[in-house]
Design a protein around this ligand. Structure first.
Ligand code: AVJ
Length: 322
């Protein structure tokens, strides 16, 4: 593993936690949900009936495997399939299997912020798809973008599933898409999932399940800060809160302090105090419609070639080109 990159990630974590918890209102970045425990909880989330996103995207990829696979096919030199936020790769495997079964010449390059997820996926693919060439990397989106520029020797397909882009507010999403576009050549493709606007109650339920898995997932960020930065958050004194604005399509997650308290973060040499009912904003999960995706793409200098949806029309995967 790249020690220098890991040290850099640790420093960024510290800086961002300090900044977010010293601000008013307080916030933390959702990218820090994904430690070992967070990965497990996210797996549990994906298996919940309320969290429709995973099932919908699986349905799309299972129904249109051949059409999508053939869009990815290269003309002569083979291709690089780069996945940002690969996670457990469960959905991607549908495409990987099609591509290996049909003798595509390609390297699969999964990238994820979770060191744990990257290791598990690499081991799992070595077992399940031994003929596949895998070249995994740990890193966050904006950090790995620079490195993507090195992949211009042959066709590349960039895949971002799970509506992961939904963690970014529109200006950041445009910035991200623009940087992806800058790494792309004319024959390259961007295949990206965008969760769609729907009955607001359905969205709210997906992020506020009655079994409390999402609450545990949200609170785990405090447990992680306790462990990695020597803090003393009393996690039980926070409650998970979800809101959804059907006009903007923005779902927001919060941790709300149920009583006033002081917290010490030793490794940051930082004392922070909470008033009763003070919030920490932890995540946004943006929902989209065609109009908004078209606008985002246009702002970034990309065009939508086609899209695929599930039977309920809850979720869409878009094929974008420069
Ligand atoms: C992995 C960012 C797409 O926002 O839907 C699931 C994460 N958060 N439940 C999402 C998440 C709470 C998820 N993404």
């Amino acid at each position: 593993m790249d020690i220098k990159a890991k040290t850099q990630r640790d420093t960024t974590f510290k800086t961002e936690v300090k900044e977010g918890l010293s601000s008013f209102p307080k916030y933390l970045s959702s990218k820090y949900f994904y430690d070992k425990k967070g990965d497990k909880l996210f797996q549990d989330i994906m298996a919940m009936p309320e969290y429709y996103l995973t099932g919908c995207e699986f349905e799309i990829l299972a129904t249109h495997t051949k059409t999508i696979g053939e869009l990815f096919r290269d003309r002569e030199n083979g291709l690089d399939l780069i996945e940002l936020g690969a996670g457990d790769g469960k959905k991607t495997k549908l495409l990987l299997k099609y591509m290996t079964d049909n003798n595509f010449n390609f390297v699969y390059k999964p990238i994820d912020i979770s060191e744990n997820a990257v290791k598990l996926l690499t081991n799992n693919l070595a077992q399940e798809m031994p003929s596949l060439t895998v070249d995994a990397e740990i890193g966050e989106y904006f950090e790995v973008l620079e490195r993507l520029k090195g992949f211009n020797k042959r066709k590349k397909v960039i895949v971002v599933l799970g509506s992961n882009i939904g963690n970014l507010l529109h200006p950041k999403a445009i910035d991200f898409l623009t940087k992806l576009k800058d790494t792309m050549l004319a024959e390259d493709l961007l295949f990206m999932g965008f969760d769609q606007k729907k009955n607001p109650q359905t969205v709210l339920d997906a992020y506020n399940d009655h079994t409390g898995i999402t609450a545990a997932f949200n609170k785990n960020i405090l447990t992680r800060i306790n462990r990695e930065l020597n803090a003393n958050f009393d996690v039980d004194k926070f409650t998970h809160w979800e809101s959804y604005n059907p006009e903007t399509g923005t779902a927001k997650s919060f941790l709300v302090a149920t009583e006033a308290m002081d917290v010490h973060i030793k490794n940051l040499d930082l004392d922070i105090s909470f008033e009763q009912w003070e919030t920490i904003h932890t995540e946004i999960s943006q929902k989209y419609d065609d109009k908004t995706v078209t606008w985002l793409a246009e702002q970034a200098g990309l065009t939508i070639e086609t899209s695929f949806t599930d039977k309920k029309g809850y979720y869409k995967d878009y094929v974008l080109r420069k």
